[in-house]
Design a protein around this ligand. Structure first.
Ligand code: NDP
Length: 300
């Protein structure tokens, strides 16, 4: 059986021990199996309950997602993670959605229940925990400059609002997508000021900059914003972790600004998923997952 499994592997699945899975398309690049299996192996060293738990990866096409989720439930997988392009698609296919995931409109973690899958979104937790762990920052009371208006930006924006940021400024390449995101956020913002900003956001001062665009995924991508055009920036968090040092992070380094890549977010959302499935606190498994992910991805 190959490391990357397919829908037909699922059809013939006969493993009876507790199984977990990540579904995506493509999925070969995912670090989740390495992180989760390292954490499960470490837990099994102290407690035999976890000895037979394993985490698998499946390459599933978007059109196969409904029947894949039904089969995974019938085969009694304990839990499922979803990555690109399934997070939004799965939202409408689960039996129940956790309150924290509802405003995001996307789920990345499913828990087996007798009545069907219960959907959660641990990306927001992952971002908050990553900012604390890698930059020593708490979103509460912070001015945030968010780059991007796609799915990751929406999740990040909602986390910033739910954690009580002081203000939220958003920059995006396409004006239409930016305005749609701002419209979505308005009812959730309460008294927190939110603004759409032009790309040269010179009026933004003292902010934490979060990159939730895909600019930087390719080695030659330009920076999504010129950090030199901002003032008193307190830190840069780039949600991209592969490559580990984007042009934005290189510029942050050259300006002497605190910065971190998105590996810590991946780790903390993963540790929270494992907590949902096993009850083991995320704080216990996050360091194990971090070490496994760094070994697999190469340190920033
Ligand atoms: P989407 O496709 O939903 O959104 C992409 C966003 O990036 C849009 O705002 C788009 O702008 C913008 N964008 C794309 N190319 C460029 C460019 N060349 N210059 C400026 N802006 C650009 O993707 P996601 O929201 O799902 O993911 C965004 C990033 O976040 C990815 O890099 C992904 O790897 C990362 N991510 C990291 C996670 C982690 O755990 N660390 C978790 C989830 C995501 P426009 O609206 O104009 O098209």
């Amino acid at each position: 059986m190959s490391d990357v499994l397919t829908y037909s592997d699922l059809e013939s699945w006969s493993r009876e021990s507790p199984s977990l899975a990540v579904l995506g398309h493509p999925i070969g690049h995912s670090l989740s199996p390495v992180m989760h299996n390292a954490a499960l192996a470490a837990l099994a060293g102290d407690d035999a309950r976890w000895a037979d738990w394993r985490y698998f990866r499946f390459d599933i096409l978007p059109e196969d997602l409904p029947r894949a989720l039904s089969l995974l439930h019938a085969k009694r997988f304990r839990g499922v993670n979803l990555t690109v392009p399934h997070k939004v698609l799965a939202f409408d296919q689960v039996a129940e959605v956790d309150d924290d995931a509802r405003p995001v409109g996307a789920v990345n973690t499913l828990l087996w229940t007798p009545g069907g899958w219960r959907g959660f979104n641990t990306d927001g937790y992952g971002l908050s925990a990553a900012l604390r762990a890698s930059l020593g920052l708490d979103l509460s009371g912070l001015a945030v400059l968010l780059l991007g208006a796609g799915g990751a930006a929406r999740g990040a924006a909602i986390e910033c609002l739910q954690r009580g940021c002081a203000s939220l400024d958003i920059v995006n390449r396409s004006r239409t997508n930016l305005e749609a995101l701002i419209e979505h956020l308005r009812p959730l913002a309460g008294t927190i000021p939110i603004h759409a900003r032009p790309a040269a956001a010179s009026a933004v001062k003292g902010a934490l900059v979060i990159n939730a665009t895909s600019a930087g995924l390719r080695e030659n991508d330009a920076v999504p914003i010129d950090l030199a055009s901002l003032s008193q920036t307190i830190g840069i968090y780039d949600m991209i972790y592969n490559p580990p040092r984007t042009a934005l992070l290189r510029q942050a380094e050259s300006l002497g600004l605190p910065h971190a890549n998105g590996l810590s977010m991946l780790v903390h959302q993963g540790a929270k998923s494992l907590e949902i499935w096993t009850g083991v606190p995320a704080a216990r498994t996050a360091p194990i997952m971090q070490a496994a992910a760094e070994a697999a991805a190469g340190r920033p």
